[in-house]
Design a protein around this ligand. Sequence first.
Ligand SMILES: [Zn+2]
Length: 480
Amino acid sequence: MPDKSSLLSLAAAIDALAPQFTALSDQIWDFAELKFDEHRSSALLIGILEQNGFAVRKNVADMETAFIGEFGSGKPVIAFLGEFDALAGMSQVAGVDAPAPLSTDGTGHGCGHNLLGAGSLLAAISLAKHMHAEGLPGTVRYYGCPGEEGGSGKTFMVRAGAFDDVDAALTWHPAPFNGVRSTNNLAVLETYYRFKGVAAHAANSAHLGRSALDAVELMNVGVNFLREHMPQDCRVHYAITDAGGRAANVVQAKAEVLYLIRAPEMAQALALAERVGKVAQGAATMTETEVETIFDTASTNLLPNLTIENAIHDNMVALGPVPFDADDIAFARKIQATFTDEAVKSSIRLYQIKGDVFSDEKIDGSTALHLGLRAFEGQSHFRAGSTDVGDVSRVTPTAQCWAPAWAIGTNPHTWQVVAQGRSPAAHKAMLHAAKVLAATGLDLATSETLRIKARAEWADKMDGQSYVCPIPADVKPGQH
Ligand SMILES: [Zn+2]
């Protein structure tokens, strides 16, 4: 933990920049740009980096919206990860407690990445200024990471070697809770199976047709039987991305299905993908169609780093609760009223909220906004999502925290996230996250002992294995 005066000065610097960075977050919320199309959002973030004396490298890893801002020089290199992509079909008016799309088919920040990108940038800039003022050696970097939502932007950046000289990486995510995020996420592989058949009149020459749509349906049936025989904690999801056409009186000559295959370890995901591939082949054989497998993207499972997580937790304790007011709680209560009791309880279970650092009050369905700090048990727990932060964590010690931007019960990728995305409570959570990350960045920059311990834990968990990028070398970002 930084000494008290450094912590106070970092926090004061961040509070002083609050108007600029809340406006930045709101602007990115307004843009709501989809993966790899975040041109206006990344231009805005790059502009602020340059105004603050950061040297910016653009088009990182052949992605137009990926960039790295760098301040200072030499070792250690402390990285902050920022995201800024939105989701399709998530258009929603801000600040209301009912679904209200701004436009039909519009986009929206359904995962709070507007806050994530702006908050991490605020941490990076504040730490860089502090280190410069104190004459501390080292480099602060902000990684502008596009396409987190199904694009694996960071995985491509890792594949391009962008993190090779980084000593530690930090990031955060908006959440319904305040606390350290120490989770073992799942590895994920995303693959399209594209079937090709023969079109025919569905009534008078159906015997000549070979239905690609039948093949997709049979593949899905086959995979649904496969579920019983998968390793525990694996997940398989699919979406029919092309059903062939809208005419029912035609035998569909083409059809496509996208599969997400998740497993605790990448090796398990790859093995499961092979079995899913056999089911696809089987469906093609049954229907006398052909199947083409198109690899889209992948992210490796997270490697949590308890050493840095403990440092984050200490800073969260020192910084105290997020200063929410009665209006923040009142709005959160309205949002919470849109969830079932079971959804609220499920959220409390999902984040494994068992105790609180600041309060003895038990968190239950009557709590709308997290006013405390999740007790950190010093160990990681399972969480069934995936993130491309996983690939970063495989090449450098990486740690994350949550900040309570949302009402308890809120799930990512919902209209409720978009509605809360530019609320005063969300802004406060973002500022809090920036303080936590900047303080932990300062710990890492100034304590060689901490860096060595974090690196040793990382090496121990990697267990002699070197990182293998799960995305084949010929696959380009967002090519599908
Ligand atoms: Zn997210």
